[in-house]
Structure formats: C-alpha cells, structure tokens
Ligand binder design. Structure first.
Ligand SMILES: NC(=O)c1ccc[n+]([C@@H]2O[C@H](COP(=O)([O-])OP(=O)(O)OC[C@H]3O[C@@H](n4cnc5c(N)ncnc54)[C@H](O)[C@@H]3O)[C@@H](O)[C@H]2O)c1
Length: 425
C-alpha cells in the first residue's frame, strides 16, 4: 500500500484558533503517558508506514494526541467529527496548521455538513477506519462502496458503535474486520465509568451552574457510564435515582445504595435527568407530562435519540435559549422543561469530554489495535473482534508504571497452585 499524496484539504472553523489549540493539545499530552510510550516506539519502528487512516472521532485534545501518534507511526491520517457538537475548533485548527493533519469538523455543524465531512474523510481512501459510533463504516458500506476496496480493517471506540457493528456482522454486511476497542477492560471500565461519570457532571454543571447537593438526580441506564455518573453525583450530595430495564443492573444499583424505580415514577420526582442507555426515547411524552416545573434533561449516551426531542418540541408552546447549551421549553400548562446541549453527549457538547489521563488508556488501545490490525488483518474474518488480551493487559501495566505503582507477581509455587486441579484437596 502506498500513501496517496494527501492534499492538505480541510474544513475547520478558523486557523486563527490554532495557537490556543496547540497549547491545549500539549497540556493533554502531559497526562497521556501510555500514549507517549507508544509514540516513542512508533517513531522508532514506524509500524504504520504507508497506511492511510480515516478517523471519525470526537475532535478533542486527546484525539489530537492519538492522531499525532498514528502519524508518527508512519500513517497518513485524516480526521472528521463523530458528533456535530463535540468538536473543539481550536484543536482542529492546530492539527491542520501545526501537525499537517487534515481535519473536517466544525463545532455546531448542521447534519448535511456533518455527513459531507465523513464523505471527505472517505475520499482519503483509507486502509484503516477508526470510528466512534460507527458512522464512518455505515456511510462507507451504504453510500461509498468504492472506498471499501482499500479498507483492510477498522476499530470502534464506543458501546453504541460496537452494537451497530455486531448487527452488521450478523446481517452479513460488514466487509472487513473491526476491533471493538470499547470492549477492552482498560477502555470501558475506566473511560466509560470514570471519564463519562466525571465529564458528564462537568457538562451539566457548566451549562446550569446548579447545586448538586440535595438535587434529585435521575440516571437512565446503570451500565458502565451510568455507574460512573451515579457515584460522581452521589459524591456531590445528590439524591440519585436510577432507572433500568435489566434486572441484574437494577439490583446492582440498589446494592450500590441508589434508589431504583421506573421512569414513570422518577419523572415526577427528578430535578435533573441524564440518559446513558444507548437506547431511544427513554424519556418520552408520558415523562415530560409528569415532570416538575424547571426539570432539566440531558443525555450522555452516544446518539441524540435517548430523549424524544421532536415530541418535546411539539408539546411546547414556546422555546428559547436561556444560557449557552440550555434551551427552555414552555409547556402548554406553563411548566418549563430545560434541554441541555440539544440532547447530544453533554460532556462533549458543554464540557471538554473525558480527562486526558483516562483517554490515555482508551487511545493506547486504539493505537495498539491499529498496529495489530496492520500486522494480522489477513488472518481475520469480516467480524467484530475484541482487543487481544495481551494488549489490554499491556495498557494496564504501562498505566500503572506511569503512575509509579508496583504490583505483586505470582510466585512459581502460586502459579502451579492456580493451574492445578489436584491442589486444595
Ligand atoms: N458521553 C460519553 O463520552 C460516552 C462514553 C462512553 C460511552 N458512551 C455511550 O453511552 C451509552 C451507554 O454506554 P455504556 O458503556 O454505559 O453501555 P452499557 O451497555 O454498559 O449500559 C447501558 C445500560 O442502559 C440500560 N438501558 C437500555 N435501555 C434502557 C431504558 N429504556 N431505560 C433504562 N435503562 C436502559 C441497559 O440495560 C444497560 O444497563 C452508549 O450509547 C455509549 O456509546 C458515551
């Protein structure tokens, strides 16, 4: 595979923002120690030489450091947004101006622009696709089949994307192997839990400046993201209410000390509602009807379908923006409901997404998975694969080392004991 002469085409808000973007990219880099180690190795060994990569990810400071790492590994990388509201325009500008990485992303872009940017990333004729939500793969498979011939493999960052890709594999439409980075333990147990937990609180607070202590905080979905959010909210003194559809997750929430009830009940009580389910219409007409005056609704799941916004729009007699990312809907009976960040991932729309030190592990998995795919794609089928366990463990080991934490090793005697069925009798 030879690298095409990429014209440094790009579509970003303004290159004048690049100075600030560069400083912020460097700031994030300081907390991404595992990625730094991988980057050093990539610079030395150039494992991605000659590989074209199109990445459809949230354009943040952390993603910038991943893109730079891949470039330093020899890849020819272009980046587009995986959500219309998550782009950090200064970061996009700096990537283009300072790092020569083409970017197609503008915060607040409309749907047409969003999809035209994905098409621009596919014009790059990638060998590897990197997705966060599977939009790049879906567009390639449906609208740009010409681009598929050059693709050898791909990676997927988030839960919702993995679910979509598994559905594609099941229907026999997936055309190349994908590694589900989300499924690495060093991804979902940390990024989804601690990253989404903290940054979702950050997004809600930046939008509203509300006091969490004493607030009735309803969380729909007690998966990895929901658990993290519940503990952060509880830690700030909120009265946490969880809604679930899975009995095991629901009982886990009960035993973790949260109140659990149906959304119908919770709707009457909540001061703030956050959906993190990966599902649709989790908050719907019935719930809007029951909400208190002043209720705040937000979403931190991947797509903006978790809250039934079209119905909310129909139910309202008027609407206006009251603060940045806060839209007031006045109901016909005079009650007000506030929607944050257009119902898009609130941690990325109104805050800065996950802290760099947790994205360090997620993106270390991304970089190592790409290296693995380049080496091994010929032996893989058109399926969704987990991150190989040795890579997952390597990320945990490197993270511990970077934190100066040492752990014990099995003694030969212990190894033998654990491997033997005859011990313990
Ligand atoms: N905001 C971010 O930065 C960020 C980061 C990681 C993942 N995500 C996204 O967040 C979503 C959740 O991810 P996760 O890793 O926690 O997934 P998960 O599968 O671990 O958890 C989702 C939970 O939602 C529950 N659920 C489904 N439908 C429901 C309903 N109608 N009512 C109540 N609960 C319901 C499921 O039973 C499950 O327990 C996904 O869309 C994922 O892509 C967002």
């Amino acid at each position: 595979m030879s690298v095409a002469a990429t014209q440094v085409r790009s579509d970003v808000k303004s290159l004048d923002l690049a100075d600030q973007g560069k400083k912020r990219i460097e700031w994030a880099n300081q907390s991404m120690k595992v990625l730094q180690i991988i980057r050093k190795d990539f610079i030395k060994n150039a494992p991605l030489k000659g590989i074209r990569i199109s990445a459809c990810l949230h354009v943040t400071t952390e993603t910038a450091n991943l893109a730079i790492t891949l470039r330093d590994g020899g890849a020819d990388v272009v980046l587009c947004a995986s959500n219309p509201l998550s782009t950090q325009d200064d970061v996009a500008a700096s990537l283009v101006r300072d790092y020569n990485i083409p970017v197609f992303a503008i915060k607040g872009e409309d749907n047409d622009t969003y999809y035209s940017h994905i098409l621009a990333a596919l014009d790059h004729k990638p060998n590897i696709t990197m997705d966060d939500g599977a939009d790049l793969v879906s567009i390639a498979l449906t609208k740009r089949q010409d681009a598929v011939a050059d693709i050898i493999a791909g990676t997927e960052e988030t839960t919702t994307g993995v679910i979509r890709l598994r559905a594609m594999a099941k229907d026999g439409v997936l055309k190349y192997p994908i590694i589900a980075v989300n499924d690495a333990e060093t991804k979902h147990m940390f990024d989804n839990r601690y990253g989404t937990g903290q940054s979702t609180m950050d997004g809600v607070i930046r939008c509203t400046n509300m006091l969490m202590a004493g607030a009735k905080f309803v969380i729909a979905g007690y998966g990895w993201c929901g658990k993290g959010l519940a503990f952060r909210a509880k830690g700030m003194g909120a009265d946490v209410i969880v809604t679930e559809i899975d009995p095991t997750r629901a009982i886990e929430a009960v035993m973790d000390g949260h109140r659990v009830m149906s959304m119908n009940e919770a709707a009457k009580l909540g001061d703030v509602f956050v959906t993190v389910t990966g599902n649709k219409n989790v908050i719907n007409k019935e719930h809007f009807d029951a909400m208190k005056d002043g209720a705040i609704v937000a979403n931190s799941g991947h797509f903006n379908v978790e809250i039934d916004i079209p119905t909310l729009e129909k139910m309202a007699s008027s609407r206006r923006m009251t603060r940045d990312f806060v839209e007031e809907f006045v109901m016909k009976d005079g009650r007000k409901v506030y929607l944050l960040g257009e119902g898009r991932l609130i941690n990325l729309a109104a805050a800065e997404g996950h802290p760099a030190s947790v994205m360090d592990m997620s993106f270390a998995n991304q970089a190592l998975s790409v290296e693995y795919l380049v080496k091994n794609h010929k032996s893989l089928e058109k399926k969704v694969y987990p991150v190989p366990q040795d890579l997952d463990r390597k990320v945990a080991r490197l993270k511990l080392e970077s934190m100066g934490i040492k752990i014990d090793r099995l003694t030969p005697e212990q190894e033998e004991y654990l491997a033997s069925w005859s011990e313990g009798t």
